[in-house]
Design a protein around this ligand. Structure first.
Ligand SMILES: *Cc1c(COP(=O)(O)O)cnc(C)c1O
Length: 470
């Protein structure tokens, strides 16, 4: 039995760890506070290992200092860093959803480098709405009369409903009572906005007369919500947005359409499944349309509200708008992304997200084969890599139920478990995210940007060398 109290007493002090040459070797350029934090974390970690009653062999000053150096090296790198998405989930919320197009990256760097004309009209020098930078584009691309941009589509929903229907009733079909993920559940958002939810119809079928019968003198909004992340199949019926908008107009109400994924162009034209588009919804008569900026639009995280001038002017006066509005970085990326839609024929080449969605299965197969071949030959025997047929997901609550054919690289090793291999990939620099499936680590080249293949191979080679050393 180890004498735990004695071992605890023998633990080095933080100052001893700080003075150890393993730490001083890298701590010259590091802020003093970070060095101390790393030394303290390493000592604390050793203490909790001892208290848990499994004192690891060789818990020496040298080992603790080596661990402190490892913690320090990681803290010296940006905590939020570029990562490689090898999961095959194109809009991966945990990995930041849409990758920016190169023109958007350039616009972002330029605006971030100094001051900008965020709210200043160049002609008059007067104050102007910050959405002016993107409104002219939305007007051209969708016909919208007015534009507001807030932090995300959830914020957009709260702002729209609170402005148009606080203290009043909002009618929604039971087939559209969605949970998007995290804490976005429509009934709760409607309550948060200060409105009363009135559910009509059934899960699989809702008719126009259901909405008609639901209208009372207290009704303010008829809300349609896109079935983003689920499908209702079989004996179904939904009301077209045009019919709902006509009913709203006839009864002096406002028709709001939450489109969720916010397609600006008809994806069917590119061989993908059809999603309702923003211009179609506005043309059909929806007075207010809202959607995310970082789903099919392929832009920054934000929520876009388009529609009728009067309705949006009222939203701009709502204090929630001040709380939810976006900054210059978001608007610069949004503007650059929208400009790409002025030339729809070049989207597959220039739009980062469309390029990933439309990448040909043959091109992906070629990359998967090259990756597998190289990973295996450079690995020195510790790694087995084979190609397999697979499916990429669109993700992010877009094109529900539709997957894209792909070819994946399945890795396994007799030196480490697949869970450990996935962990080592995440801890490499830059981090690489993969899926674990049937005891294999699966890499899908669809979501790996073309210049990242070499980075993955280099990371695997380093891992092989590290394992050899042990
Ligand atoms: C994704 C989605 C939302 C939430 O959008 P965020 O930008 O993630 O806040 C709301 N409604 C629908 C229909 C969605 O698809």
């Amino acid at each position: 039995m180890a004498d735990v109290p004695a071992l605890l007493r023998a633990l080095p002090r933080v100052d001893e760890v700080l003075a150890h040459q393993r730490l001083t070797a890298i701590s010259q350029e590091a802020p003093r506070a970070l060095c101390r934090q790393a030394a303290r974390a390493a000592v604390e970690e050793a203490r909790s290992l001892l208290l848990r009653g499994d004192p690891p062999a060789g818990l020496t000053l040298d080992a603790i200092a080596a661990r402190a150096a490892q913690i320090l090296r990681r803290r010296l790198r940006p905590h939020l860093s570029r990562a490689i998405n090898a999961t095959g989930i194109v809009l991966h919320t945990g990995l930041g959803r849409a990758p920016f197009s190169s023109s958007a990256q350039a616009a972002l760097a330029e605006v971030a480098a100094g001051y900008c004309n965020l709210q200043a009209d160049l002609e008059t020098g007067q104050r102007m709405p910050r959405e002016s930078h993107v409104h002219w584009l939305f007007q051209e691309l969708t016909g919208a009369e007015a534009t507001l941009v807030v932090n995300n589509n959830a914020a957009a929903t709260v702002l729209v409903l609170n402005t148009l229907a606080a203290g009043k009733e909002v009618i929604v079909s039971r087939g559209e009572m969605v949970e998007i993920g995290g804490s976005f559940r429509l009934p709760e958002i409607i309550a948060l906005a200060g409105c009363r939810l009135v559910e009509v119809g059934c899960t699989n079928r809702t008719h126009l007369r259901d909405y008609e019968n639901g209208i009372t003198p207290e009704t303010a909004v008829l809300l349609a919500v896109h079935q983003s992340n689920y499908r209702i199949e079989g004996f179904t019926s939904q009301v077209e947005i045009g019919e709902l908008a006509a009913l709203a107009r006839a009864r002096g109400l406002i028709c709001v359409h939450d489109l969720g994924s916010g397609a600006l162009v008809d994806l069917a034209g590119y061989g993908l499944p059809r999603e309702p588009t923003v211009p179609d919804s506005l043309a059909a008569g929806a007075e207010v349309v809202l959607f995310s900026g970082d789903k099919l639009l392929g832009g920054p995280q934000c929520g876009v509200i388009l529609g009728n001038e009067d309705a949006l002017a009222a939203m701009r006066r709502n204090p929630f708008y001040r709380a939810f509005r976006v900054g210059k970085l978001t608007l610069s990326v949004l503007e650059a992304t929208l400009r790409l839609f002025l030339e729809p024929e070049s989207l597959p080449k220039k739009h980062g997200l469309m390029a990933l969605l439309l990448c040909s299965p043959e091109a992906i197969r070629e990359r998967a084969e090259a990756l597998a071949r190289e990973a295996q030959s450079r690995g020195g025997g510790w790694l087995r890599a084979e190609v397999q047929e697979g499916e990429s997901e669109v993700g992010g609550g877009s094109l529900a139920g539709h997957s894209l054919p792909t070819t994946v690289v399945a890795l396994r090793s007799d030196r480490v478990s697949s869970g450990e291999l996935a962990r080592l990939l995440r801890l490499s620099e830059p981090p690489i995210f993969a899926r674990v499936h049937r005891d294999r680590v699966v890499l899908d080249p669809r979501t790996v940007l073309p210049d990242e293949d070499a980075t993955i191979l280099a990371a695997l080679a380093r891992m092989g060398a590290d394992l050899q050393d042990q």
